[in-house]
Design a protein around this ligand. Structure first.
Ligand code: ADP
Ligand code: MG
Length: 551
């Protein structure tokens, strides 16, 4: 038997990294801006603990396109690197300086928001560039360094004369990746990935109108001035404390996330947990509108304020994917397959935490202002009913706030509903029978007939209601449901007084047989009612089992 070491050399893995590390080429920009952000946050941390005796100031990250030279440049005013540090952090592929920093400053830096951790991000630059340069000057009093690499294992590293602290990365963009020299494309990427990152990102300039003074003459034309275009909001709502935010701040943030949404959300849930995992975020229940874009406006997943994806499958329980908002967690392993994600312990905990928070919020809203909750029911019922069907834990919790509206616009909880049902309202097995309508217009006469007899009729008209009914029948003792046009209702009705019909027995019998000639007898029952009520004189019903078979 032979044993040995598999020899993985840098030559072997370098082209692999370039080609396959990230399926999406566009993420190189996110990675380089993350590094620039890290470099800035590191400096902030070191100045705050007195380890770097330099002025932190107001550092900005800048992205510039030089079309002529086919270059994209990303510069920061962060910590910089000495020549030795370039050797260490850049030339050693898969050695993460970010991880090392967090390790070294463990306790004090754990909330610093440092992003990097795989030590591979930088190399994603070679997905779009055939040559990459780094010009960097450390905050330490040492000469600047200039590193150049053309995507092979060879590089040059020499002193440079950069005077200001910080790093500039110069990408010589491939012919095939020319799109990354287009202003629109870069701006689109910055908005997608970096819109909420913690260090200001400048990309070009814009014209801003100067407010006219109060006493300006009527015909005065407002002047404009040129200002830096800052891409990001460095302080997004989810990173703040709920106590520092008002309803209008949450609504404004909603619009920042979804600029094309004009309706305010119905309510929000601010997530904030740091044990046993880290997670912050804000979820919104949107107002369901016809023009709502479920495909496009989705929950967004961030890690330390860097956008990662809007595919939250596996992380957010499926029934909540109709919600909107953001989730930010450094604890979600992202470089793994979705099926692995679903099995991951931390991710499972995150998913059940989110479910619990949503249920708690709904309960609070219901308890604090039931009237308002009832008003919102039509917009939120889909999510709640779907959740009750798909998650048993949620089903249990939802008992406290799930509502069952009647055709008369009364809203009962299940408990209240059970009390409303008369003891006599039972089927032959002794189950209490709850009557419901699924379509108010079509079942109008049946509804009237049932109401005449003093029965409550629920209006259950959501698309998943037949499934929910089955679930309720399975979960609740001695309860069954029957649609108003089912034959069950007939068995329930104990005629309290003999109603007088204007038709003779003979006439009634004739009417009945006439109807039975035109409708299939095996599928429907025909039954004559008294003529003195507002209800229909003749009722055609369908056995409940027949109806369910069709669904
Ligand atoms: P990671 O960010 O996961 O540590 P990267 O491959 O993205 O790995 O970067 C490797 C290391 O190079 C960083 O950890 C950091 O030490 C150094 N580095 C990269 N970009 C910069 C920068 N703009 N300023 C200072 N150091 C940087
Ligand atoms: Mg990185």
């Amino acid at each position: 038997m032979a044993t040995g070491n598999i020899n993985v050399s840098v030559e072997n893995i370098f082209p692999l990294i370039k080609k396959f590390l990230y399926s999406d080429h566009e993420i190189f920009l996110r990675e380089l801006i993350s590094n620039a952000t890290d470099a800035t946050l590191k400096l902030k941390h070191l100045t705050s603990i007195g380890e770097a005796s330099v002025e932190y100031g107001n550092p900005v990250i800048e992205v510039k396109i030089d079309k002529e030279k086919k270059q994209l440049r990303i510069s920061d005013q962060g910590i910089g690197m000495t020549k030795e540090e370039v050797e260490k952090y850049i030339n050693q592929v898969a050695f993460s300086g970010a991880e090392e920093f967090l390790e070294k400053y463990k306790d004090s830096a754990k909330d610093s928001g440092i992003i990097g951790h795989f030590g591979l991000g930088f190399y994603s630059a070679f997905m779009v560039a055939n040559k990459v340069e780094i010009i960097t000057k450390s905050y330490k009093d040492e000469p600047a360094a200039h590193w150049v690499c053309e995507g092979t294992t060879e590089f040059t590293l020499e002193e440079a004369d950069k005077k200001e602290r910080g790093t500039e990365i110069i990408l010589h963009i491939n012919e095939d990746d020319k799109e990354f020299l287009e202003e629109n494309r870069i701006e689109q990427l910055l908005v997608k990935y970096n819109k909420f990152m913690p260090v200001p990102i400048k990309f070009g300039t814009k014209e801003e109108t100067i407010e006219l003074p109060e006493d300006a003459p009527e015909d005065a034309k407002p002047e404009t001035k040129t200002v830096d275009k800052i891409i990001n909001n460095t302080n997004p709502a989810w990173t703040k404390q709920p106590t520092d935010l008002e309803e209008k701040d949450y609504n404004e943030f909603y619009r920042e996330l979804y600029p094309m949404q004009f309706e305010d959300p119905l309510f929000h849930i601010h997530l904030n947990v740091d044990y046993p995992f880290n997670l912050t975020g804000i979820l919104y229940f949107p107002k369901m509108t016809r023009d709502m874009n479920i495909q496009k406006d989705k929950i967004q997943l961030y890690q330390n304020q860097v956008f990662v994806t809007d595919n939250v499958e596996g992380i957010v329980p499926e029934f909540l994917t109709m919600l909107r908002g953001v989730i930010d967690s450094p604890d979600i392993p992202l470089n793994v397959s979705r099926s692995y994600l679903q099995a991951d312990g931390a991710v499972k905990k995150i998913s059940s935490y989110i479910t619990r928070k949503v249920a708690d919020k709904l309960k609070t809203l219901f308890n604090n202002n039931r009237e308002d909750f009832e008003k919102k029911w039509d917009d939120i019922k889909i999510v709640i009913e779907y959740g009750m069907l798909s998650e048993d834990k949620f089903f249990e919790k939802a008992q406290a706030f799930a509502l069952y509206p009647t055709v008369d616009k009364k809203y009962y909880t299940f408990e209240e509903l059970e009390e409303k049902i008369k003891d006599t309202q039972t089927d032959k097995d002794g189950n209490k029978v709850i009557l419901y309508a699924s379509n108010e217009d079509e079942q109008h006469s049946y509804i009237e007939a049932a109401k005449e007899k003093g029965y409550e009729v629920l209006l259950l008209d959501s698309p998943i209601v037949s499934h929910l009914i089955q679930k309720l029948e399975a979960e609740k003792e001695k309860i069954s449901f029957a649609r108003v046009d089912a034959d069950h209702i007939d068995n329930l009705i104990k005629k309290e007084e003999e109603k007088i019909s204007k038709l003779s027995e003979e006439e009634k019998e004739k009417l009945k047989t006439d109807f039975e000639k035109v409708i299939p007898k095996e599928k429907y029952n025909v039954q004559l009612e008294s003529m003195d009520s507002n209800a229909a004189p003749l009722i055609i019903t369908q056995p409940e089992f027949m109806r369910r078979m069709k669904e």
